[in-house]
Write a protein that binds this ligand. Structure first.
Ligand SMILES: Cc1cc2nc3c(=O)[nH]c(=O)nc-3n(C[C@H](O)[C@H](O)[C@H](O)COP(=O)(O)OP(=O)(O)OC[C@H]3O[C@@H](n4cnc5c(N)ncnc54)[C@H](O)[C@@H]3O)c2cc1C
Length: 382
């Protein structure tokens, strides 16, 4: 291992890999430190939805960040697949948001109109039209909105390909390792200890997902991120072609003949248990959307820990009081869609001191935040 480097990135999920990949392109000597193997935590656990048009953010900074990130995906996928030979399973069929109640109708009428104004393709479908597209769906629905520009991919393969491609660009991957101590002089970190070795560095990036609070403590920082558990299961069947979403529940078809079913949002610490109660809930909800699905074989179940920030936005900023430490975490339910733009902006911040989009809305909060208003998403600020 080199004894000095330009940047140490802590955490090898999609966020750390995205940052390292962009830094390597800018000729920054980068060490990516991962306590296990890259991409095995939240980044592997996700559903892989790149939701913007069908997403919760309507027109504020989160919406613009997602939109910018989504636009980077096609070129990124081509490059990662070409370099690594990994099929990331980028699928372009889009999302069908089902309409079953008056409340759905009101919510999706507004969203449909807004997205059309913003230039997204969106189609309002009658129940008959939905059934022509997806014959396995329940007849108990009024229709759906189709958002064809919201693609999805295999997030586990994305994470694997990104870490590999970053290494091919010259990033040094240090796996099975953690940063345990830091030397700080004035308002700068000068070196970090990894295992038995001290390494001098110009910059440190904290991208440790739901463990960012603990990593922050090594640098004397308070990063208010906590784990938000999401349980998932997969069945061996492909009754649907599109992503099907209704009322917090989704079914995501994968190329390997599985459908991924999710998810929950639970604040119970670093706990990745899957419970029978949740499996039962998923079966009931899925059966209501796709009658007969409860008879197909269960292939896998798992849980992942999303990095939740009380700002309900990612935290992308210089650490207070430490000018060469960057925090890049708190992506909660949007880390897969937001990884490309996060990698780009953090790399710009490090290499030029400027960013092509304002990071002001993604700062650490100076004071406690008020709870979300009744009409706001509990998970995501605008
Ligand atoms: C069930 C579920 C469904 C989701 N679905 C979607 C979706 O459809 N679309 C979407 O955009 N997002 C989705 N997400 C959210 C997305 O997965 C996360 O926001 C994203 O993966 C966060 O990436 P990360 O790199 O910050 O965290 P992680 O992937 O958790 O990576 C953090 C890494 O840091 C490492 N680490 C921790 N501590 C240390 C240390 N001390 N030293 C070194 N390394 C350390 C960990 O081992 C880990 O590999 C979902 C998440 C879950 C759980």
């Amino acid at each position: 291992m080199t004894k000095t480097t330009d940047v140490v990135v802590i955490g090898g999920g999609v966020i750390g890999s995205a940052i390292a990949w962009n830094l390597a392109e800018q000729q920054q000597q980068t060490l990516l430190v991962e306590k296990n193997q890259p991409g095995q935590e939240a980044s592997a656990a996700a559903a892989g939805l790149l939701s913007v048009a069908s997403g919760r953010s309507k027109r504020g900074p989160m919406y613009h960040l997602k939109r910018a990130s989504q636009q980077l995906y096609p070129q990124l996928i081509r490059e990662l697949e070409e370099r690594t030979g990994i099929d990331i399973e980028y699928q372009t069929v889009g999302v069908l948001d089902l309409i079953r109640t008056d409340a759905d109708e009101k919510k999706y009428r507004q969203l449909y109109e807004l997205r059309r104004e913003q230039g997204y393709p969106a189609t309002w479908l009658s129940a008959e039209e939905v059934h022509r597209l997806e014959p396995a769906l329940t007849t108990e629905l009024r229709g759906a909105v189709h958002f064809p520009s919201d693609h999805h991919l295999h997030n586990g393969k994305l994470a694997e390909a990104w870490a590999q491609a970053a290494a091919q660009r010259g990033v040094i991957l240090k796996t099975g390792a953690t940063v345990s101590e830091a030397r700080i002089t004035g308002n700068k970190v000068t070196a970090v200890r990894i295992g038995d070795e001290w390494l001098s560095t110009n910059t440190v990036v904290i991208a440790a997902g739901s463990w960012s609070r603990q990593v922050g403590e090594i640098f004397g920082l308070t990063i208010p991120v906590e784990p938000a558990k999401g349980q998932m299961l997969a069945v061996r069947a492909t009754p649907v072609r599109h992503v099907i979403a209704w009322d917090e529940h989704y079914l995501v078809p994968r190329k390997n003949g599985e459908v991924i079913i999710g998810s929950t949002v639970e604040f119970i610490g670093h706990n990745k248990d899957v419970t029978l109660e949740t499996i039962r809930l998923f079966i009931e909800r899925s059966e209501a959307l796709v009658p007969g699905i409860s008879k197909v074989p269960l292939s896998r179940f798992w849980a992942g820990l999303r990095p939740y920030s009380p700002t309900r936005r990612p935290i992308l900023c210089r650490a207070p009081g430490l000018e060469n430490v960057i925090i890049a975490t708190g992506h909660h339910r949007n880390g897969i869609v937001l990884a490309p733009i996060t990698g780009k902006l953090v790399s710009e911040l490090i290499t030029t001191g400027q960013t092509s989009m304002s990071l002001e809305p993604f700062a650490l909060p100076r004071e406690p935040l008020p709870p979300p208003a009744a009409d706001e998403s509990p998970d995501e600020a605008e």
